[in-house]
Design a protein around this ligand. Structure first.
Ligand code: GDP
Ligand code: IMO
Ligand code: MG
Length: 426
């Protein structure tokens, strides 16, 4: 059975958690393959709200296997806390339902300190990171000095690597960043405890997934962040430090490309962004405020207000191409109720020049003026809709126009945060 990949196509927070939770019903294994606890994926089932940072969004379904792949960077303290909280609620009580890659890299306290200190020093030029140490951990991975889960489990290896890293990081923290250094003992002891707690879940997840796919089990890969935050294809340098596009699934889970048949892009019916960087369709006035309020647009990880604006078809079309999307799940259509007219950006203009793609230059993108198409809005609440026919005609026309502009078939239209508030088209 070919595997499915789900990715965000904007700047993250598109509703990946909601859609993965929904699709998990029909899958056996749900896999995170990138990012870390910079991600915050929200699931609403009945009145019960769950925010997941590291554990895949299939966890609320009994008996599903959740896998944290090698491409993820793991803060063991956060993972242990998330796991314990879920277990207290009766989830993941069977240890066999969580598998953690032995090759995933570990976020250390100095990574967080470096992340935060650098952001402070950058001042106005800050990226606006989540401060979770994500970037510095991926840097160490590429520099070949990182500590992997398997290293954490071997006491001697961990001691050696931590000593060597601390020596270097303390010089950097003290001399360059003007921050206090860190003590070996406290870190060593705390991480040894986390290692003991997590050991039972650690395995060769690439092998596990290979065998599962070979045996016809249904595997769903859950992306984190969004395409415009991809370190290669996003709005660099205002991006995260990993690849977030669908192609990253192969390296981040250790699965070959022939295993995949469908790639579902999760896409909001408007646009949001947390953190800094260019955002052509941003609305800084009343409309932005209105979207933030109706859409409850506050970060699931940091609580920061999300910047809000109109749907950007240039950006989503580009994401469609970069991810090889076979379908789009459109989310948060209900949030647009009451806005009239609705605007859709169809191209950018910079001076006399027109852009149908997202320019690589930050300077150019910062100056991009969106060209809008206007469409009539609707006033009816949408959360009760379960078929397209239940939507007001103007809402149907808006969805149809987005589908046309993004040149990708829509497979789901989400009309509320709750699992059942969904129109399934395919
Ligand atoms: P993710 O990071 O892509 O998983 O998205 P987040 O969970 O960070 O942010 C999406 C937010 O929108 C969450 O609070 C969801 O509960 C909520 N949400 C998801 N789909 C819908 C929808 O169709 N309508 C509304 N109103 N909220 C939604
Ligand atoms: P999910 O999976 C939205 C943003 C940060 C910042 C930039 C770099 O919930 O969609 P980092 O801490 O990764 O170095 O920050 O990336 N960012 C996200 N924005 N959703 C996310 O994840 C994000 N993960 C990182 O706000 O702009
Ligand atoms: Mg999120």
């Amino acid at each position: 059975m070919p595997a499915v990949v789900v990715v965000g196509v904007q700047w993250g927070d598109e509703g990946k958690g909601k859609v993965v939770d929904l699709l998990a019903r029909d899958n056996d294994i749900i896999v995170r393959f990138g990012g870390g606890n910079n991600a915050g994926h929200t699931l609403l089932v009945g009145d019960e709200r769950t925010v997941l940072h590291l554990i895949p969004s299939g966890v609320l379904h009994q008996g599903k296997i959740c896998v944290i792949g090698n491409g993820v960077v793991i803060d063991p303290e956060v993972l242990v806390a998330e796991l314990s909280a879920l277990r207290r609620r009766g989830y993941l009580t069977d240890d066999a339902c969580l598998k953690i890659s032995d090759e995933a890299h570990v976020i250390m306290p100095y990574h967080k300190a470096i992340d935060l200190a650098r952001e402070r020093l950058r001042g106005k030029g800050a990226v606006g990171t989540t401060g979770r140490g994500i970037g510095p951990t991926y840097e160490d991975k590429m520099a070949r000095t990182g500590i992997r889960v398997v290293d954490l489990l071997e006491e001697g290896t961990f001691r050696e690597k931590l000593e060597r890293n601390l020596e270097e990081k303390n010089i950097y923290l003290r001399s360059i960043l003007k921050e206090p250094g860190m003590e070996f003992g406290a870190i060593f002891d705390a991480y040894r405890q986390h290692a003991d707690r997590l050991r039972r879940y650690v395995t060769d997840t690439a092998l596990y997934l290979h065998d599962a796919i070979r045996d016809g089990r249904r595997v769903l890969f859950e992306g984190a962040q969004g395409t415009m935050l991809d370190v290669d294809h996003g709005t660099y340098p205002y991006v995260t430090s990993s690849n977030t596009v669908s192609g990253a699934v192969c390296a981040g889970a250790g699965v070959g490309p022939a295993s995949f048949q469908s790639v579902i892009g999760i896409c909001k019916a408007y646009t949001t962004r947390v953190g800094n960087g260019p955002f052509p369709t941003e609305e800084q006035g009343a409309i932005g405020e209105r979207l933030r309020e109706s859409g409850d647009e506050f970060g699931a990880t940091t609580g920061r207000p999300r910047r809000c604006g109109w749907f950007d078809a240039v950006l989503v079309r580009q994401a469609g191409r970069l991810n090889g999307l076979t379908g789009i799940a459109l989310t948060k259509l209900d949030v647009l109720t009451g806005l009239d007219p609705l605007r859709i950006c169809v191209r950018y203009r910079v001076g006399a020049q027109q852009f149908d793609t997202v320019p690589a230059s930050t300077r150019v993108l910062e100056r991009a003026i969106p060209e809008y198409e206007e469409m009539p809005g609707w006033t009816a609440p949408l959360r009760g809709a379960r078929r397209l026919a239940d939507l007001p005609p103007t809402a149907r026309r808006y969805v149809a126009r987005l589908e046309e502009l993004t040149a990708t078939p829509f497979t789901i239209v989400s009309v509320g945060a709750e699992r059942e508030e969904t129109i399934v088209l395919d």
